[in-house]
Write a protein that binds this ligand. Structure first.
Ligand code: UDP
Ligand code: MG
Length: 306
């Protein structure tokens, strides 16, 4: 019998979420059954070291037609876990959410309504965000810097992973082959008619966040380096500044006949060196964008009925 594709694909990355999966399954399937559209749920187990793998196996056995599990060989990160599922989705509308119940599954209905109004990407911002003051502050600073460095990515809240995408956008994202990417930003670069709606946010049901301070910095660095060459171009900007200031100083000091003119000249030469570094960085950046072709993740096995 030919398999009929589901309408919704729900994509969930899982890393050490043993205490959350059962409750997530309960609330998510309840919501989806209420919505009444056909669906599949794809969990990617991103190299968990707890019992998540066994629990996911059990969920697959309970609903083999709807629950698919991708098992990674080790930990490749949240965005790669989502990407692996993106390569295999069968639904028309694809929705991502976290496994720790910080994104209430009940909010999915709102995203579907927005999709059916004709949007190809539905982004979300968390109302009443239930994270520590520290996390909220980091996000605030980062959202500001990102808005300034990459103005074409327009999002109030880049960190909320409860989002919906039309299938063609997901196929485009999967086809990029990018390894260190940031999915919401990638989606926006392909979207023709995106929107951003408010959704509720809850504290983690159980367990603790997988990101420490350095993890967050690395994660945010992926966003900035993945979507702009600004960090490389800053050298060029800095050198232009040094060259202009020292050039003006040379003119001024030669009028004053000051011996300080030699210092100004040294700065001028330094500025030129810096400029050279900036240009080299510029080319390396472009090469870097082209050559990142390593396998993005390794799949150990896939549980699905057909
Ligand atoms: N996650 C993952 N791989 C990782 C880190 C996290 O698949 O290396 C998953 C995690 O299980 C959760 C989601 O990504 O479903 C968000 O992670 P977490 O809740 O730890 O991050 P936070 O909400 O603190 O930003
Ligand atoms: Mg979380």
């Amino acid at each position: 019998m030919e398999k009929i594709n589901p309408y919704l694909s729900i994509v969930i990355p899982v890393f050490n979420e043993e205490k959350n999966l059962e409750e997530l399954y309960r609330r998510l399937t309840l919501t989806l059954d209420r919505i009444g559209k056909s669906y599949e749920i794809i969990f990617t187990n991103d190299g968990s070291r707890d019992r998540s793998s066994e629990i996911l196996y059990d969920l697959h056995v309970r609903k083999p037609d709807q629950i698919r599990v991708i098992e990674f060989g080790s930990n490749f990160g949240q965005h790669m876990a989502i990407m692996a599922a993106f390569e295999r989705v069968r639904g028309e509308i694809v929705i991502t959410l976290d496994a720790d119940l910080q994104n209430p599954p009940e909010e999915i209905a709102k995203l579907i309504i927005a999709m059916e109004q004709g949007h190809d990407v539905v982004n979300t911002h968390r109302e009443n965000r239930q994270d520590s003051w520290f996390r909220r502050m980091i996000s605030k600073i980062h959202n500001k810097i990102r808005g300034w460095m990459i103005p074409k990515i327009k999002m109030i809240d880049e960190g909320c992973m409860l989002r919906a995408y039309r299938r063609h956008i997901v196929d485009l994202m999967a086809s990029t082959g990018e390894a260190n990417t940031f999915i919401p930003a990638l989606a926006l670069s392909y979207a023709a008619h995106p929107t951003e709606i408010p959704v509720a946010h809850e504290p983690r049901f159980a367990g603790k966040s997988n990101y420490n301070f350095f993890g967050l910095i690395r994660y945010n660095f992926d966003l900035v380096t993945g979507f702009s060459l600004f960090p490389l171009q800053i050298y060029t900007l800095l050198s232009l500044f040094v060259i202009s200031i020292s050039f003006l100083s040379i003119i001024l000091l030669s009028v004053l006949r000051s011996p300080m003119i030699f210092h100004a000249m040294i700065f001028f030469v330094l500025g030129i060196f810096l400029f050279g570094l900036g240009i080299i960085g510029e080319y390396i950046g472009r090469i870097y964008l082209e050559v990142r072709k390593r396998p993005r993740f390794v799949i150990r096995k896939i549980l699905e009925k057909n």
